[in-house]
Design a protein. Structure first.
Length: 234
């Protein structure tokens, strides 16, 4: 996906990206390419591939939720910053928290954040099961892109969401995962509002974004059960 195609495809989902934001994404790409040679952040490093499979793919979250409001967003297992860092660049109004278990990735993210002079964005070097213990009922949106099985991911992410907020996992094909996770999502006070299946442009691969609303706060008893269940599954 070249830059013109990127801008055109974003317009189709309602995103008008500025020249300043494009320049910031270009600088992000340069840093990603440079640091990938040192610490292996991603297997996708070709310019047009990054714009399609990392930058555009991250921004498809906008298909299912308005990101123009002043919302808090947490990206669990962010890796090299997808989708959370990309979303922050294009929607600077968001207050973004990036969580990853590998320190080398967090160090890279901090370099990009500093280079781009981004504000209201925070990084945490932590396993998500540890992070959630101190951040229950904290975020308007919690997302995660291509991370873990949906059943386990729901246990680690839904407790982080505020009441009336949303857990929005970004997946490829996930029909079987979704079916086997419905009971867990329900027990964690989640309600599946939307299942958005679409085809990624050019590559024509399947993507699925789930919009899950949290209808009740996570209490202490629920948290203890979740923690125990996560530990047992390791």
């Amino acid at each position: 996906m070249n830059k013109e195609e990127f801008i055109s495809e974003l317009k189709k989902i309602g995103i008008e990206i500025s020249d300043k934001e494009i320049k910031m994404l270009d600088r992000y790409y340069e840093l990603l390419k440079e640091w990938n040679e040192k610490i292996n952040l991603t297997g996708i490093i070709d310019y047009e591939e990054v714009y399609l499979k990392h930058f555009y793919d991250s921004l498809t979250l906008y298909r299912d939720i308005d990101l123009n409001e002043n919302l808090s967003l947490c990206d669990i297992g962010t890796g090299a910053g997808f989708p959370g860092l990309v979303l922050k660049i294009v929607f600077p109004n968001l207050k973004v928290t990036l969580v990853d278990s590998l320190l080398k990735r967090i160090n890279f993210l901090n370099i990009v954040i500093s280079e781009l002079n981004l504000k209201d964005i925070y990084t945490y070097h932590a396993r998500c099961e540890d992070f959630l213990l101190n951040h229950v009922n904290s975020f308007d949106i919690v997302t995660s892109r291509a991370v873990s099985n949906l059943n386990l991911l729901s246990k680690m992410c839904l407790p982080l969401v505020k009441k009336e907020g949303y857990f929005i996992p970004m997946k490829a094909k996930c029909d079987e995962e979704l079916e086997s996770s419905k009971e867990t999502i329900n027990k964690l006070h989640g309600e599946i509002i939307k299942i958005d299946k679409f085809i990624l442009p050019k590559e024509e691969s399947t993507r699925t974004i789930l919009k899950i609303k949290k209808i009740k706060e996570t209490n202490e008893n629920s948290l203890k059960k979740i923690k125990k269940d996560i530990i047992l599954k390791k």
